[in-house]
Ligand binder design. Structure first.
Ligand code: ZN
Length: 368
């Protein structure tokens, strides 16, 4: 629980730094923009203000996501953070669209501006502050696993490009007395819209349920395989309810001679270990395997390997009295017609073991 509160504290702290910095930048740019009568600089100021709003949304998102589970929402409110990513993405997109519109207006109706070296110095300092803020926010976001912080950090870096372009057009105006604001503006707005779309898809992808991070799933399997008595770990499923809260299930292969008491102890051990190490509530399913089936195991492995799209197999259990044989095949997403695939493999296995009823279960490749 201690980790959780540090994460929340750091995200909030980063957000507050962002808000203060952006309000300061907005005020500075608004003043020089109004004095120069330059729409580009005023617009730049409004953009900084929208970043402050992004930071406020990030903080509210983290606070709301910490709400304790209720009867109606027993999995907690962790996914609210993904919605704040989406809302911030919408703000980036709206900013991009507005920038594009403003820039085209400037190409069609060029306006006279009163840029001075003071304007250049203020905008120049704003760029330095903005880049530093963007890099800092993004690094914090990556460190504390906050998509919305990464999104607002990226937004800040994109915004520094706006200010750079503003500075370039101020410079071109001061040196050659040429107004190129509009053309640079269009180019920038395309970059902003692209960043907004990427953040939007990232947020949506989380809400839909994306493949769990390989680093975590590999670590979970390794941790379970270290427990004595576990012969293999398979079929790991993870459902996440926010970056800090996941529920899952997995299958372990164990010796078929273990007693119910031994199996009970083993599953308890796995569940407690995963809760302690990963804060994941895990349901453990058991596959009993007979050691004497080594020959069948090798033969079936060879058969399965010959089919493209198979990634492995496990859970082989052959009941020699009832003449039943069952196992799982792990397949990738290229196998579309599951039924005919199962029929084909079943008949191939039955060629080797004609006395047996063969039951095949297909496992999808849900995690690494
Ligand atoms: Zn399986």
């Amino acid at each position: 629980m201690r980790e959780v509160s540090i994460r929340e504290k750091k995200i909030t702290e980063t957000g507050i730094i962002g808000i203060l910095a952006n309000v300061l930048l907005a005020v500075g740019k608004a003043i020089v923009g109004l004095i120069a009568g330059a729409v580009s600089v005023i617009f730049d100021a409004i953009n900084s203000l929208s970043d402050a709003i992004s930071s406020i949304i990030t903080i509210i998102g983290v606070k709301l996501s910490k709400k304790k589970p209720t009867k109606k929402h027993p999995y907690g409110f962790g996914r609210i953070e993904y919605f704040s990513t989406i809302i911030i993405a919408a703000i980036i997109l709206a900013t991009g669209a507005t920038a594009c519109y403003e820039a085209i207006q400037k190409i069609i109706h060029p306006e006279d501006v009163e840029f001075t070296w003071v304007t250049a110095v203020v905008v120049g300092s704003a760029i330095v502050v903005k880049i530093a803020l963007g890099l800092f926010t993004r690094a914090r976001g990556k460190k504390y696993n906050s998509e919305s912080l990464v999104a607002s950090g990226t937004d800040a870096l994109m915004d520094s490009i706006i200010s750079i372009a503003t500075l370039v057009s101020i410079g071109v105006f001061l040196i050659w007395n040429v107004n190129i604001d509009g053309w640079i503006g269009v180019l920038i707005s395309i970059f902003i819209i692209k960043a907004g779309l990427e953040a939007l898809f990232e947020g949506i992808s989380h809400v839909m349920g994306k493949r769990p991070d390989a680093a975590i799933t590999v670590a979970i399997k390794k941790s379970v395989n270290e427990i004595p008595g576990v012969l293999g770990t398979y079929d790991l499923l993870l459902h996440n309810y926010g970056p800090e809260n996941a529920i899952g299930s997995l299958h372990v292969e164990i010796d078929s001679n273990l007693t119910a008491e031994e199996i009970h102890k083993l599953t308890m051990q796995i569940q407690i270990k995963l809760m302690e190490e990963f804060h994941i509530m895990m349901t453990v399913g058991i596959y009993a395997v007979n050691k004497k089936d080594k020959e069948k195991y090798e033969k079936i492995r060879e058969i399965i390997k010959s089919y493209p799209g198979t990634l492995g197999f496990h859970g082989l259990f052959a009941d020699d009295d009832m003449k039943n044989m069952s196992f799982d095949i792990l397949v990738d997403f290229t196998i579309k017609d599951k039924k005919s695939f199962i029929d084909e493999v079943t008949s191939k296995v039955k060629e080797e073991y004609p006395d047996y009823n063969v039951y095949i279960n297909l496992d999808m490749n849900y995690s690494d």
